[in-house]
Structure formats: C-alpha cells, structure tokens
Design a protein around this ligand. Structure first.
Ligand code: AMP
Length: 293
C-alpha cells in the first residue's frame, strides 16, 4: 500500500480521529527526515505494535540555534517516502513551516526543567525548548498514541518523557535502541556532512564510550577518571573537536560521585561541519557491575 502524504494539521487530525473511532491504535514516529536504518527501526516497532502508523517529517526551526545547521539540514523526500513505504507506514505528515507556525511567530514555549539543563542543554541553550514545543504540538495534532523515539538522543527521550508526565499528555513513549554502522558509528542524518576522512575517524566516539564503560565494569567509581579516559581518546583524534564526554546518572543526567546505579555515558564531538552525539548505558548495582545498553 502506498504511503499517504498529508500536509495539513486538519487533514491529519481528522484521519486519525476517524481511525481511533474505528478502534485503531495509532503509532507515531516524529522525525526531521533524511531517513536511515535508525528511523526504519522506529517505524518497524510502531508497525509491530499498532494498527495505523503515522510518521512526521518536519525540520523544526525552533530547535536550531542561530549558528547551527538549519539551512544545511539534508533532505530527500523521495527517498524518505520510499523507506516509509518499505516499512509499511500508513501516513506521512509533512507540514510546511507556515502550517506549523503560521505567521512565523511562536508565542508559546514548553520548557522542561531539570533533565533539559545539563549536557546538550548547556551546549545548545534553546534546543530542548524547541524540541519540547514542537513535540507537544505534534502530540496535540496526532492525539492519543504510542510515540517512538531513539535512544541515540538519550536526553531528548528524558525531556519528552518528563513533559508527557508533567502535562498528562495521552501518549505512551516507547524508546528504541541505537542503530549503528558496522564500525560502531551511530547512524545519524548528520553523518552526511562528514568527509571521507572524518567518517573514518568518527567511530572514535563509540570507542571512547566503550572504553569508559569497560573501566566502570573493571571497578572504576570515579566519574572524573572515566571522563578523562574518554576525553583523552577523543582528543587523540585530530579531526575531532570534543564538546563533552561524561558519565551521568541515567535518570537525572547529572554527574554522580562515586558512580552508582543506572548510568549513561554520553559524548558530543564535532567533526568538521557535523556535531555528533552518542551514548551508552552502564550499571553499578550493589557493588556489582552489569552491562546495559
Ligand atoms: P531525527 O530525524 O534525527 O530528529 O530523529 C528522529 C528519531 O529517530 C529520534 O527519535 C531519534 O532518536 C531517532 N534516531 C535517530 N538516529 C537513530 C539511530 N541511529 N538509532 C535509533 N534511532 C535513531
């Protein structure tokens, strides 16, 4: 069945209301397009759990800083449509910026305190308000649903879950594991920015996270030591410019010292025009170590 393109809020809302009235469960996959196998895994999960699957493609200007890559963000609507069709997505919601933000003005903003503040929040001050605002709007348009997000953007999932809880939104958030290239690099639309040399160097991010996790598994409990292991490895790669590498509590996303409980190793590194992020789970329970992804 070919995927149906929908471009207006009214059209999407009435189709989904009709589907729910007929007893169908709705699965929703929000994206910014230029889709890859990571996105496909979200579509597959949504397809497996629901009767009707809607995917949105919207490059949300609110979540880009003034000096960021909004104008350069890659797009390939024909390719995206083919992948959506291959994954049996029913509806592809591709609104214009004017449809989402008429008049260009957005007077209402959703800010999630706490989990949005460290890490990416520090590096990109208005980013998560932009994300939370557009996701709240998309949830309001789509209505009651299960919504699928990638663990690749770990802090984003935490922000969305907190928002859903705080605002009692009728959405069940489902998290899907990070899909990687064979050499460990997390799949990302922004990998398209990498030169061949940068692409060859970029797996150092995942390698550094793995080394950090290994040190925790070997008994290291000092977050500064784990951080140093990761930053030293990334700093040794001349094409990479480290933004941050940390090990944090998986719920609060704040540094814990000594390391204990459910943890997340996180890193952000620039390679040329591409700012790439990645993360990995670890756990220290009752003095014993057990791996988590
Ligand atoms: P984006 O188009 O980059 O905004 O991503 C849309 C959704 O796909 C988000 O929930 C991302 O976390 C998820 N995603 C992006 N890359 C991956 C990946 N490599 N593996 C799994 N999910 C991903």
């Amino acid at each position: 069945m070919p995927v149906t393109m929908v471009t207006t809020i009214g059209d999407l809302r009435s189709r989904l209301e009709a589907a729910r009235a007929a007893g169908q469960r709705v699965g929703f996959v929000p994206t910014m397009g230029y889709l890859h196998a990571g996105h496909a895994s979200l579509m597959a999960a949504a397809r497996a759990d629901n009767d009707l699957v809607v995917m949105s493609i919207f490059v949300n200007p609110l979540q880009f800083g003034a000096d960021e890559d909004l104008d350069a963000y890659p797009s390939d609507l024909a390719g995206d449509k083919a992948l959506a069709e291959a994954e049996a997505v029913d509806l592809l919601f591709v609104p214009s910026t004017a449809e989402m933000y008429p008049g260009g003005a957005v007077r209402t903003s959703v800010r999630v305190a706490g989990v949005s503040e460290p890490l990416e929040g520090r590096a990109r001050p208005d980013h998560f308000a932009g994300v939370a605002t557009v996701v709240a709007k998309l949830f309001a348009i789509v209505g009651p649903c299960r919504a699928y997000f990638g663990e690749k953007d770990f802090q984003q999932v935490a922000v969305v879950r907190q928002m859903v809880d705080d605002l009692s939104l009728p959405v069940e958030v489902v998290t899907c594991p990070t899909r990687r290239e064979a050499d460990g690099l997390a799949m990302s639309s922004r990998n398209a920015y990498l030169s061949p040399a940068e692409r060859a160097a970029a797996p150092v991010i995942h390698a550094a996270l793995l080394v950090g996790r290994l040190s925790i598994d070997a008994g290291e409990r000092d977050p500064a030591k784990v951080r140093m292991l990761m930053t030293d490895l990334i700093a040794a790669e001349p094409l990479g410019q480290l933004d941050y590498a940390e090990v944090v509590d998986a719920d609060s996303l704040e540094v814990v010292d000594p390391l204990q409980g459910r943890l997340r190793l996180v890193a952000a590194v620039r390679f040329g025009r591409a700012r790439l992020i990645d993360n990995l789970g670890a756990e220290v329970a009752n003095g014993h170590v057990s791996e988590a992804d």
